[in-house]
Design a protein around this ligand. Structure first.
Ligand code: PMT
Length: 396
């Protein structure tokens, strides 16, 4: 959504990670951005310009003089109409050139001609990365307002282990989204819970539910983009912790209760989108329960209601709950809002197969403490998350 219609310049310099910038380009265009690729001559040794041209649908530029000759667009114009310039991979060479004011090719000239945010994603040999000169150059560029996403640790192309691998392409994409988002939650600390809980019956069996965590993770991602400090407390899911979130993984409702209670006091806003099990087996079998010829009965005991407990300790925090309902949807949700003493209830009709549990989409109704009701349109969970944050903003 953020990237839709955005003009992105992608600078590619000569490192083995240049092949990963093809993937970055693909992801940027899939998200709706128009991308113009600028390659250095050395980058062309690693990946052919035709690949970038085909995937971006735009001519690839390398030569400083081609654009001067062309009537269509000059390098300054390309820089002017962009929303952001990302250099991935960024070699020690391009970092050194920009830090020292050298503009001897199209990319280095462009960086100096642009006023838009410039993000460097360095990738190089570990010793090069840690060399005092490269580090000094990075420090200098940061001081001048350039952005960096650190390389990762791992096995490098030169077969050495260390810090120097290009950052994960999804993280680079997320950093771009963060740089392009308005920071209307700057200074806010938000605790979000997500995913299911798992209540063990014995060492191999458990009770759980269909929550994938997608809704809560989308909220965390969106809140971070909008400038908030986010702690995500999550039950087991297959999702990667959102970029730049603080993250605590839990399993059972009791573990989630403890993690929330240990941390909530440090937060201004709490969003409880986790699907917490209301009941757990009264006794967990130490060994796998044996099959017999008879039926067996599982005694369930109540879990603590985390949201209700938070409602009691609320003070001036803003608390948002989620209600998963299948019948008398609004009445039940209103009842929960009052009972649990919260400010906003996000209501899901979980009987629908195309939204809520597991789906990439959701359609929610918001019930405010003063009784106001707002129907949100069906949309991708990231967009729904933005709508929920807008609603929160309207009451803080
Ligand atoms: O994870 P996804 O696949 O993306 O699906 C998203 C979702 C459908 C799980 C999510 O949007 C949602 O509706 N979450 C709340 C599910 C739920 O537990 O609803 P509830 O009506 O049973 O509980 C109401 C509220 O009380 C919730 O905020 C819940 O976190 C909280 N609760 C419930 C029980 C309990 N013991 N402690 C709690 O804090």
């Amino acid at each position: 959504m953020i990237l839709k219609g955005k003009e992105i310049l992608l600078g590619v310099t000569g490192g083995i990670a240049a092949y990963k910038s093809v993937l970055l380009l693909r992801k940027l265009t899939k998200a709706g951005a128009n991308v113009n690729v600028i390659m250095t001559e050395n980058a062309k040794q690693f990946v052919g310009p035709l690949t970038f041209q085909t995937l971006s649908g735009n001519p690839v530029t390398s030569d400083l003089f081609t654009l001067f000759k062309s009537k269509e667009i000059g390098h300054v114009a390309l820089a002017d109409r962009a929303d952001l310039l990302v250099i991935a991979p960024a070699t020690a060479n391009i970092i050194g050139k920009i830090a020292n004011g050298i503009g001897d090719d199209f990319l280095s000239t462009m960086v100096m001609a642009t006023r838009v945010p410039v993000l460097f994603a360095p990738s190089m040999n570990v010793n090069m990365f840690h060399s005092p000169i490269v580090q000094e150059n990075i420090k200098k560029l940061k001081q001048h307002g350039y952005y960096f996403i650190d390389p990762e640790e791992g096995e490098l192309a030169c077969k050495v282990e260390g810090k120097g691998k290009l950052a994960d392409v999804d993280d680079i994409l997320e950093e771009i989204c963060i740089l392009l988002s308005q920071k209307d939650f700057k200074g806010k600390r938000i605790l979000i819970t997500a995913g299911p809980t798992i209540e063990d019956i014995d060492p191999v069996r458990y009770i759980s539910n269909n929550s994938s965590g997608k809704m809560g993770y989308a909220l965390a991602k969106t809140a971070i983009r909008r400038g908030a400090d986010v702690l995500l407390i999550s039950g087991p899911t297959s999702l990667k912790p959102p970029y730049k979130s603080k993250f605590i993984k839990v399993r059972s409702a009791q573990e989630m209760y403890e993690a929330v209670m240990d941390n909530f006091k440090y937060f201004d806003i709490i969003i409880k989108s986790a699907a917490v099990a209301d009941y757990k087996p009264a006794k967990k079998g130490e060994q796998k329960i044996k099959k017999t010829d008879n039926d067996i009965y599982l005694k369930l005991t109540k879990n603590k209601d985390i949201l209700k407990e938070l409602g009691k300790k609320k003070e001036n925090r803003l608390i948002v709950g989620f209600a998963a309902e299948t019948q008398d949807i609004l009445e039940n949700a209103k009842q929960k809002l009052i009972e649990k003493n919260i400010d906003l209830m996000v209501v899901n009709d979980v009987s629908k197969k195309d939204i809520a549990f597991k789906s990439d989409y959701n359609q929610c109704t918001l019930i405010f403490r003063n009784g106001n009701i707002l129907e949100l349109p069906k949309a991708k969970k990231e967009e729904v998350a933005d709508d929920i944050l807008d609603a929160i903003k309207s009451i803080i």
